[in-house]
Unconditional design. Structure first.
Length: 274
């Protein structure tokens, strides 16, 4: 089971949008996937069209991690009905461990090693998924550390803008320190440039800067800014099943990104060159 944290130090770069795009690509490919919504704002839960019927949210499950039953409290994504019969792989599964503001009690900078393993304990008792995507809050506090401890890989999301690029560089340093102290086998899946406007001179300059700074950790493709993305998310809909040429192109970008993020050989190559 591959566990990938989607992270960013800076808010507003489209981290949750990338999580949803990857989830949509995994659903279309027939990959049995679980999305864990660790962001207290729970935007991924909303965007995945979750309709709970008495299940416990992930924040409360973290509180009782020793006995908590994550598998019994996941909720099928509302995308499943639309996707039925359209996946390219086998039987499609896209489940969600619901986010809530309650998880914010763990988003503090002084979280101890034992608390950092709470999600790992919950996931250790979960079976049947090939991929777990963790949507992290836009910080390097406790919840992100909980996610990194439970993960095999970390995918960083950045916009091609000055503050976001600087934030990504700080996140890379923090990830290196975290790896040294807590998780020596944790890999960097790469950095995805999101909300790119090809006609923007500033974005073109920052993309060149990112290639110089991060080398082949900067993944291809970059995800362009899409005019109808807000409409797709507002409808709690999968991009792979939204009509129109723009959505089809975005779906193709996320198909390629999913392959890059989950390819074990590529990950080993990147780690060897760090």
């Amino acid at each position: 089971m591959q566990v990938v944290s989607i992270s960013s130090l800076k808010g507003g770069v489209g981290k949750t949008s990338v999580t949803l795009g990857l989830a949509s690509a995994a659903l279309a490919a027939g990959i049995r996937t679980l999305v864990v919504d660790l962001d207290p704002h729970a935007d991924a839960t909303t965007g995945l069209g979750v309709r709970p019927s008495g299940q416990t949210d992930v924040g409360r499950l973290l509180k009782d991690a020793r006995r908590g039953d994550l598998a019994a409290n996941v909720v099928p994504s509302g995308w499943m009905a639309t996707a039925a019969g359209h996946s390219r792989g086998g039987a499609s599964t896209l489940d969600v461990a619901m986010g809530s503001a309650y998880s914010g009690i763990y988003d503090r900078p002084d979280l101890g090693r034992r608390d950092q393993r709470r999600l790992s304990r919950l996931l250790s008792r979960v079976e049947g998924y090939s991929l777990v995507l963790i949507d992290c809050p836009p910080s390097l506090n406790g919840l992100t550390r909980i996610a990194w401890t439970a993960s095999n890989r970390v995918l960083l999301v950045a916009e091609p803008a000055l503050f976001s690029v600087a934030g990504t560089e700080r996140t890379m340093r923090a990830l290196d320190l975290f790896r040294q102290e807590f998780a020596p086998d944790l890999q960097t899946a790469g950095i995805v440039a999101n909300r790119v406007r090809p006609a923007s001179v500033e974005h073109s300059f920052r993309l060149r800067e990112m290639r110089q700074m991060f080398g082949d950790l900067l993944l291809s493709p970059a995800i362009p800014d899409q005019a109808d993305w807000q409409q797709i998310q507002g409808a709690a809909h999968s991009v792979h099943h939204w009509p129109g040429a723009s959505a089809r192109q975005s779906a193709a970008y996320f198909d390629e990104l999913l392959t890059s993020v989950t390819d074990s050989n590529r990950m080993r190559d990147r780690s060897a060159r760090r």
